[in-house]
Write a protein that binds this ligand. Structure first.
Ligand code: SF4
Length: 172
């Protein structure tokens, strides 16, 4: 079995198990025992309503009021009206919404060597799509102008995943 096949087979299964167990943990133990990095949540910073791009997140747990995002190890716990560490997720009315979906602020064709990949199709171009915000706070970030901004603070394009696929693979 190749490395790629191994990751495909076991990586997805492990992720599903981890998400399920973490969601169960949050719901069964309540927010007092769920682990989350504290101090970087933007309190009361969510827009009053989801905006036109917003969709409800897929990977989060809720007790009906607070939500806990299950996407990255920050495990943000958001009360209604709060914004996440990565600036792009908000709790509106007890649901987790992403403000970045279909809303990229950077679209480039890059050489694949710029990506954190090792000898993966060297010499080929790769499409880069970035949205505002980031779950890190690296002091040497070369993309700080978009990584440390909220989606509402940057110039964005309306570009949904279906349109990207259609542009790359036009129907024949
Ligand atoms: S930083 Fe963003 S992606 Fe990570 S847990 Fe918080 S809301 Fe989710």
């Amino acid at each position: 079995m190749t490395r790629k096949e191994f990751l495909k087979t076991f990586g997805i299964g492990t992720s599903v198990l981890l998400c399920a167990s973490q969601a169960y943990g949050f719901l069964s133990k309540g927010t007092k025992t769920a682990k989350s990095i504290k101090g970087h949540i933007f309190k009361n910073d969510a827009p009053p309503q989801p905006w036109k791009w917003s969709i409800e997140g897929f990977h989060y747990a809720t007790d009906g009021t607070k939500v806990q995002c299950q996407i990255c190890p920050n495990r943000c716990i958001l009360s209604p009206g709060d914004r996440s560490i990565c600036r792009s997720k908000v709790n509106i009315g007890g649901k987790l919404y992403t403000l970045a979906y279909g809303n990229p602020c950077a679209i480039h064709v890059d050489p694949i060597e710029k990506k954190p990949l090792n000898h993966f199709y060297p010499g080929t171009p790769v499409l880069s799509i970035a949205t505002a915000g980031c779950n890190f706070r690296c002091l040497n970030c070369q993309n700080w102008e978009i990584s440390q901004r909220k989606p509402e603070e940057v110039h964005s394009s309306e570009l949904f995943p279906e349109a990207v696929v259609e542009a790359l693979f036009p129907p024949v």
